[in-house]
Design a protein around this ligand. Structure first.
Ligand SMILES: *Cc1c(COP(=O)(O)O)cnc(C)c1O
Length: 339
């Protein structure tokens, strides 16, 4: 069990100085309303029984690109001026952010370049290629891909749309928190997949502002949990990136992190870490019992409940953040293979 209470004493979100505010998240919701799906929050009988509290699943798997990343991308791009957009967009990605950016860029008729490491699964790279984006595979970590982004910003004048450490991106992800509180006003707990912290930070900023007594818990894999390591060290640290079923949760939080570390440290009530077998169990349960195809990163909330690693205290929302798993890998896991 790896829950770490935030060491910050005062969690009041009345404090000014939080890098993303409720009003920015509300503005994001208006800005992106025509471009993203307002996803359903559906009850799960089996998880409610297992967790001993009513559990609902927030299906971000229903977004057009198969993950929540479209929310942050749309908010960031729609906030850019025309000139910045037309110079071309660039980003580093573990796959889903790049796919969302490629999709949005195609819709808006602007060029996009997506930089990825060799750890990004082939199905994700191919989906991005199919959307017409320029693809660069560089190195074996998110940091390597990010270096290429910075080179392209300097040499080509591209506009960067960062995967998580950007106030507009975080505000876009935070719209999930608005929707959850709207659909479930008596919310007690939100379980949210955690990597760079754009999703968890945005959701926590919305939920804590609207319902301060609710707890927001981040969930990562044991293999390379960057935000967890940063909490322990008191700031961003280099982590070794490894292969994991939760490939969308790979990568560091950035040595110069400006937004998401502060948000997560101040607002999250804890971080839970999962083994690869536990994540596989979450994927399998989602397919067999809930009828939802989720990728590893999207299954961690379910996995944490099944593994008994989280104590639920009332109405619980579990964010299924994405469904872009390689079909062959999915089949093997659902048929019962261990991680
Ligand atoms: C990007 C991603 C996450 C993690 O989001 P962060 O903002 O980096 O913490 C979780 N799940 C899926 C499916 C993702 O694509």
């Amino acid at each position: 069990m790896t829950i770490m209470k935030s060491e910050i004493l005062s969690r009041s979100i009345e404090d000014d100085g939080l890098p993303v505010t409720l009003s920015e998240i509300r503005q994001a919701a208006v800005r992106i309303a025509g471009s993203v799906t307002r996803t359903p929050l559906v009850p799960s009988a089996t998880l409610s029984q297992c967790g001993g509290q009513p559990v609902c699943l927030k299906l971000e798997t229903d977004q057009p690109v198969g993950s929540f990343k479209l929310r942050g991308v749309m908010n960031a791009i729609l906030s850019l001026g025309d000139a910045a957009r037309k110079r071309g967009l660039v980003t580093a990605s573990t796959g889903n952010h790049g796919r969302a950016l490629a999709y949005a860029a195609k819709k808006l008729g602007v060029p996009a370049t997506i930089c990825m490491s060799s750890l990004v699964p082939a199905n994700k790279v191919e989906a991005i290629r199919a959307l017409g984006a320029d693809i660069r595979i560089v190195g074996a970590s998110q940091d390597d891909a990010q270096e290429e982004v910075e080179r392209l910003v300097k040499s080509r004048g591209f506009t960067q749309v960062a995967p998580f450490d950007d106030a507009y991106v975080v505000a876009g992800q935070g719209t999930i928190g608005l929707e959850i509180v709207e659909d479930m006003p008596d919310l007690a707990t939100v379980l949210v997949p955690l990597s760079g912290g754009g999703l968890a930070g945005g959701v926590a900023a919305a939920v804590k502002a609207l319902r301060p007594q609710a707890q927001v818990i981040g969930i990562s894999m044991e293999r390379g949990a960057a935000m967890h390591a940063a909490f322990a060290a008191g700031g961003p640290v280099a982590i070794r990136e490894e292969e994991t079923l939760a490939d969308s949760l790979g990568g560091g939080i950035g040595a110069e992190n400006r937004v998401t570390f502060t948000l997560c440290r101040r607002l999250l009530d804890g971080i839970i870490l999962l083994t690869e077998d536990e994540i596989a169990g979450g994927i399998r349960h989602a397919a067999r019992e809930e009828g939802v195809t989720v990728e590893g990163a999207g299954a961690v909330g379910i996995a944490a409940i099944l593994a008994g690693k989280v104590k639920l205290s009332g109405l619980t929302a579990v964010i299924l953040s994405g469904g872009n798993i390689d079909p062959a890998v999915h089949r093997r896991i659902v048929e019962g293979a261990a991680a």
